[in-house]
Ligand binder design. Structure first.
Ligand code: SAM
Ligand code: SF4
Ligand code: F3S
Length: 451
């Protein structure tokens, strides 16, 4: 892999705009770690950029049109300036590939999510020969081998670490198996090395990522093994993982909730629907009874555990009873935080051509679902008022007057902390709450006490 700096790229600035899931965020950070090697610096202002990279998501709605719309905006801004190098990366790039170069000549390079190891060479090639290129091969092995060599420079208190990519489940509504390719688990040692590097660079929390993170399997090593090994790193105080599939919630992973000291007690387990009929038609490969059985086992092994989920509302064939089943499931489980979306037909998926239910009905159902999900969230936060919670401090607020951190359940907390609290776990007494945020006062610094 040619990593030589090209003098023509020295002092160039790249602006990266990221849509979609945490894996895209991880990828964007790693793309930056890579292009730094050929002379690019990051800018947060895209009018200053010589290179504009859009890391796209294809999961819902008019993803493709959004990209062309965004390019239109960039074109306008750069009308009277030198055109930047325009790169489309991510899941739309994978789905559309060279179609994008044909439709929008303003785009220079199209790079799919498993071809980022080629990004430096592709840019250098373009700057030398002005050759437009589309790179959309699935090659997860080379991608991660390359990324492991250039080090993860995230250096944040809470850092993402992708351990698994792609999906073999083929839920009938989902584009991910087509945009991210087949399931691939990174080598166990490669992940532990990256975790050590992150820990050495100031990370206190590691969030393990994968489209099917709990399907991780590398030569018999499972997600549970990764958790138990990463928690041996003394700098790491918290471990999380996302997103998991209910079918892959294996006994060894459930058991870790008893043995692990650092795995957080929030389990995000997308269920999509409360109706067995709809789950079958979605090809989710489990029933509601099996799902609830898994939640029961988790709760039994660690009563502190709370749950969050994803829901698709208005899936083709969803009748009033199916919707009630979803509503009842939410009432029963009392998820503390969830995402809910109206079904969006995706190109190339089995559900693409199924008959849609009336939009008005889907919107009404989504409103009802969100109302109850939000009420659960408000109640959960309200119940914490006057209680003391452990907070991992991530940063100061924008105006630097307060500190920002997260509870064990990922809830944002704003309190009267200071810069020296960043990276520590502190205790905060909660005074007030809203649906998304808790506000409180620091009462005790656990790290200082230990020291
Ligand atoms: N792998 C995870 C799982 O098995 O649940 C989901 C990953 S997907 C990137 C994130 C969420 O997007 C899904 O849980 C689902 O709720 C939502 N989603 C995916 N395809 C969708 C579609 N066609 N329409 C609406 N929501 C969709
Ligand atoms: Fe998409 Fe998740 Fe289903 Fe895979 S398991 S197809 S990522 S929803
Ligand atoms: Fe979107 Fe691709 Fe992630 S479609 S949700 S960016 S895997």
């Amino acid at each position: 892999m040619g990593l030589k700096k090209n003098p023509s790229n020295m002092n160039q600035k790249i602006f990266i705009k990221t849509f979609g899931c945490q894996m895209n965020e991880y990828d964007s950070n790693r793309i930056f770690d890579s292009v730094k090697k050929i002379g690019f610096d990051k800018t947060e202002h895209y009018e200053d950029a010589n290179c504009y990279l859009l890391n796209t998501c294809h999961i819902r709605d008019k993803a493709k049109e959004k990209v062309y719309h965004e390019i239109g905006r960039v074109k306008k801004i750069f009308r009277s300036k030198k055109k930047p190098l325009v790169i489309i990366a991510g899941c739309v790039a994978q789905a559309e590939n060279d179609e994008m170069l044909k439709r929008e000549p303003y785009i220079d390079l199209v790079i799919g999510p498993q071809a980022y190891h080629k990004i430096n060479d592709t840019i250098l090639n373009f700057t030398r020969k002005k050759k437009k290129i589309e790179e959309t091969e699935f090659d997860a092995v080379s991608k991660f081998e390359y990324l492991s060599k250039i080090k993860n420079k995230a250096g944040k208190v809470s850092s993402f670490l992708t351990i698994q990519e792609g999906c073999d489940k083929f839920c009938h509504f989902c584009v991910v198996p087509y945009t991210r390719g087949p399931e691939y688990s990174r080598p166990f040692k490669q992940i532990l090395d990256e975790a050590k590097y992150l820990a050495g660079n100031g990370s206190k929390e590691i969030i393990l990522l994968g489209q099917n993170v709990n399907a991780y399997d590398n030569e018999g090593y499972r997600l549970s093994d990764l958790i138990l090994n990463i928690e041996k790193l003394p700098e790491i105080k918290r471990i999380r993982y996302t997103t998991s599939h209910p079918r892959d919630m294996t006994e060894d992973l459930i058991e870790v909730y008893k043995t692990s000291k650092k795995l957080m007690p929030l389990v995000h387990l997308p269920v999509q629907s409360g109706s067995n009929k709809i789950l079958k038609s979605m090809n989710r490969k489990h029933t509601i009874e099996e799902y609830l059985n898994t939640l029961d086992k988790l709760k039994e092994i660690n009563p502190k555990i709370e749950f969050s989920s994803d829901f698709i509302i208005g899936y083709p064939g969803e009748d009033e009873q199916d919707f009630k089943d979803t509503f009842n499931l939410i009432e029963k489980v009392k998820f503390i935080n969830s995402y809910s979306f109206i079904f969006s037909p995706r190109p190339g998926t089995v559900a693409e051509n199924l008959d849609l239910i009336e939009r008005k009905i889907s919107v009404e159902r989504l409103e009802k679902i969100q109302k109850i999900l939000f009420e659960n969230q408000i109640q959960m936060n309200k119940s914490l008022e006057n209680k003391i919670v452990d907070v991992l401090v991530e940063n100061l607020t924008d105006d630097k007057s307060k500190a920002f951190g997260r509870s064990e359940y990922m809830t944002s907390i704003i309190f009267n902390g200071k810069k020296s609290d960043i990276g520590k776990i502190v205790q905060v007494r909660i005074k007030e709450s809203t649906r998304n945020t808790l506000f409180g006062e620091i009462i005790h610094n656990l790290d200082q006490k230990v020291a």
